[in-house]
Design a protein around this ligand. Structure first.
Ligand SMILES: [Mg+2]
Length: 412
């Protein structure tokens, strides 16, 4: 029997918070509505604007003052996050009628793998239409659906096309990728923010197609495994599965990566683990948080037959220092890795506390080390993420490796 080609949906809710308020409060139905953190303070930020408010030029992240200047009669509503989360869960339940593979991606976006549902519910396009209809009937909300053979193509189908379509459905696959996706500016690609876009433009990469055809080695040299992932995204390749889960671990800062191929040796996995620790710690520092528990997880290539582990370790002291956390993460990895090829890898930091030492201990050793992390972030902002990492991984990580060898004793 020929295996069915996977079909993945990204279901995105239009103006989620604002449209929920409009659907529940009839007096708002025909008015421009924005949801804003603190309606009393005009410096507050717009969290969501309904399409009517957007037609006045109001955008998310505008200040309330700007929004009211653009549209003086705009209705300003306080956010009810608990309610929005409940409705997000109801949308998950609706999607689960069509597939058991539903993965909430954010509060208003969910991936659905409709693998095997086709016989039951029709073609992908028909299923997308049915999902829209059920959500509209039961919740009075409007969903847009991006369809693709994997997550990144469905996400880009939604963001770049379905959101602008009349019927809110678009399918992006390897057939229309070159004609529809590649001409778009590189900032429109999933995973490319403003800053990354600037870096890419400096390298002469203007469109998603430019990135897809750029020499892979140069991207890898500049951004490590993330460079490889960028290149794969531009080429519509993505190996990550739809993984059902709920929002349970919001109290952690984590980063997870599906590798572009199987990683087999401890040496190459170590580099990725270091990059993940650096990403997690950089985010922790950005929020001025320290964490005391580090978790490491990995999985093999066959998601039907899971191999791998997920383990955590409480460190003696809370920290957001990359090399400290890496040392423990690597120790965990060496202890629990079964030696099989690794396809995905994640690190997270939990038991978070605010980092109050930063200013106080400036001249002490620990303070200096803490400052170093913040300085490194700044340098990387300016010169690219691997500017510092490479030097660090040759020195400190080498030491961490030796230490881990002695402690773990499972080095292969
Ligand atoms: Mg949305």
């Amino acid at each position: 029997m020929k295996p069915l080609k996977p079909v993945i949906f990204l279901v995105d809710m239009q103006s989620f918070y604002a449209n929920i308020e409009k659907s529940l409060r009839p007096e708002l139905r025909h008015r421009p509505v924005v949801v804003s953190g603190d309606p009393e303070r005009r410096t507050g930020v717009i969290l969501a604007a309904c399409p009517l408010a957007k037609s006045y030029g109001i955008q998310n992240a505008d200040t309330l003052r700007e929004a009211q200047e653009r549209c003086p009669e705009v209705a300003v509503v306080r956010p009810r996050m608990g309610l929005y989360l409940q409705i997000s869960l109801r949308i998950t339940e609706i999607l689960e009628r069509f597939s058991d593979q539903v993965e909430p991606y954010s509060i208003d976006e969910q991936f659905v793998s409709i693998h095997g549902s086709e016989k039951l519910f029709g073609s992908p396009r028909q299923i997308a239409g049915k999902i829209q209809a059920v959500i509209r009937n039961e919740l009075n909300l409007y969903a847009r659906v991006g369809i693709g053979p994997n997550k990144v193509l469905s996400k880009m189908a939604c963001d770049n096309f379905a959101k602008k379509n009349r019927d809110g459905i678009f399918r992006l696959d390897h057939k229309n990728m070159k004609t529809d996706l590649w001409p778009l500016p590189v900032e429109k690609m999933f995973g490319v923010g403003k800053r990354m876009g600037d870096h890419l433009r400096k390298m002469g990469i203007r469109t998603i197609g430019d990135l897809a055809q750029f020499p892979l080695e140069r991207l890898q040299k500049r951004w490590g495994v993330n460079g490889h992932v960028l290149w794969m995204t531009a080429n519509g390749q993505d190996l990550s599965p739809v993984t059902p889960h709920t929002f349970e671990r919001q109290k952690a800062i984590g980063h997870h990566i599906t590798l572009p191929r199987d990683y087999r040796t401890a040496g190459e996995i170590r580099v990725v683990l270091l990059e993940l620790c650096e990403e997690v710690c950089s985010r922790a520092r950005h929020h001025q948080l320290l964490g005391q528990t580090v978790s490491v997880g990995c999985r093999g290539a066959n998601y039907q037959l899971p191999t791998g582990f997920h383990r955590q370790l409480k460190m003696p002291e809370a920290t957001n220092q990359t090399m400290e956390i890496f040392q423990y993460a690597w120790q965990l990895f060496l202890q629990f890795w079964d030696g099989l090829p690794v396809r995905s890898l994640g690190v997270s930091l939990s038991q978070l506390t605010p980092d109050r030492h930063i200013q106080l201990n400036l001249f002490e050793d620990r303070g200096k080390k803490a400052q170093l992390g913040y300085i490194m972030d700044e340098i990387k902002d300016r010169f690219g993420p691997t500017a510092i990492l490479r030097a660090v991984s040759l020195t400190c990580a080498g030491q961490a490796l030796n230490r881990a060898r002695k402690i773990g004793g499972h080095y292969r």
